[in-house]
Ligand binder design. Structure first.
Ligand SMILES: [Mn+2]
Length: 323
């Protein structure tokens, strides 16, 4: 079976700046059929309330993902040997119709889920995670590990509009896609609309780990608690690039100073190993606000870290079913 797994273009034969830009230089395939993990772009920022541009994220993250090599240097994992992974392209989107955009994204991810692959998507703004959750949590609520500067649990914007990138996790809880007692948000910080902005989230049972608490306790203690909160039940991981400090990832719509270092984020993502994940995403990379690609490479690297965690899960599950 391993002989048939897709492999990235060999950088010793074709230099990294040459050829088609696909995620991790993997083959571009027409569907998720036969895949364990589907890398997919969601080029849509129809939920953005201020600085738009995350619609351009997938293309630039593909470009910078050409720098990723074949092996995770901490785990020793070779993801392309233990899991069948490919780039399934971008989901269809509608940039001028929000509700149709949400429907199209859900359909694209649902197709991946129906074929038995784990979706690892690159956005797109954070509203894209709502239709992704509608697809992966269609049959039962899931837990959520949410790295972000913002809680994204506000109610409405600009009147009574319920769908923006500041509201996806409120909608997901209302739609029973998430079990709020198994939702944990890490890195929340910055000025807020009022002292009660996070009250609704806390009343639902969401655990908010503000950046100040993270700084006091450190990645290991925080992730130990995160793992205990989600347990071994199905859990989704969403990584907003604005959780990273804007000195390291300025290319995003809603930057907040005082964020994670890239190294802290990598450390936390590695501590997801062993959980029961149903998919993951990296969102809010906005190339028009980027500087020399420095944010796109952070997005590509976080996607690589998440891909390795998912590949290790595939490897474990395959070993169990072979036993
Ligand atoms: Mn967000």
């Amino acid at each position: 079976m391993r002989d048939t797994f897709h492999q990235p273009v060999d950088a010793a034969r074709v230099p990294r700046f040459a050829g088609h830009a696909t995620f991790m230089r993997l083959p571009a395939v027409g569907s998720a059929e036969g895949l364990d993990i589907a890398l997919v772009g969601i080029p849509w920022d129809g939920g953005t309330t201020n600085r738009a541009g995350a619609r351009h994220g997938p293309r630039e993250v593909r470009n910078y993902s050409s720098l990723m090599r074949s092996t995770h240097h901490v785990f020793g994992t070779e993801p392309y040997k233990v899991a069948n992974i490919a780039d399934v392209g971008d989901v269809a989107v509608n940039p001028i119709d929000l509700l149709d955009g949400l429907k199209l994204i859900e359909a694209g991810i649902a197709d991946i889920v129906a074929k038995g692959a784990l979706p690892l998507s690159v956005g797109g703004d954070h509203l894209t995670t709502l239709p992704v959750l509608r697809a992966v949590a269609r049959n039962r609520a899931v837990g959520l590990i949410h790295f972000d500067a913002h809680s994204d649990t506000n109610d409405t914007y600009f009147g009574d509009n319920p769908y923006t990138h500041g509201t996806p996790f409120r909608r997901a809880i209302e739609e029973k896609l998430l079990d709020p007692r198994r939702v944990v948000q890490i890195g929340i910080r910055g000025s807020i609309y009022g002292p009660d902005e996070h009250d609704w989230a806390k009343q639902q049972g969401i655990r908010i780990i503000y950046m100040e608490e993270f700084a006091a306790r450190g990645p290991e203690a925080v992730m130990e608690e995160v793992r205990a909160i989600v347990g071994d039940l199905p859990t989704y991981v969403t990584f907003d690039i604005d959780s990273i400090d804007p000195s390291m990832a300025p290319g995003t719509g809603t930057p907040e100073i005082g964020g994670f270092s890239t190294r802290e984020a990598q450390q936390m993502l590695r501590l997801l190993d062993g959980l029961n994940l149903v998919g993951a995403d990296v969102v809010e990379v906005s190339p028009p606000f980027d500087v020399g690609g420095m944010t796109s490479i952070v997005g590509a690297t976080m996607a690589f870290e998440l891909m390795c965690i998912l590949a290790r899960q595939v490897e474990r599950q395959r070993a169990v079913s072979a036993a």
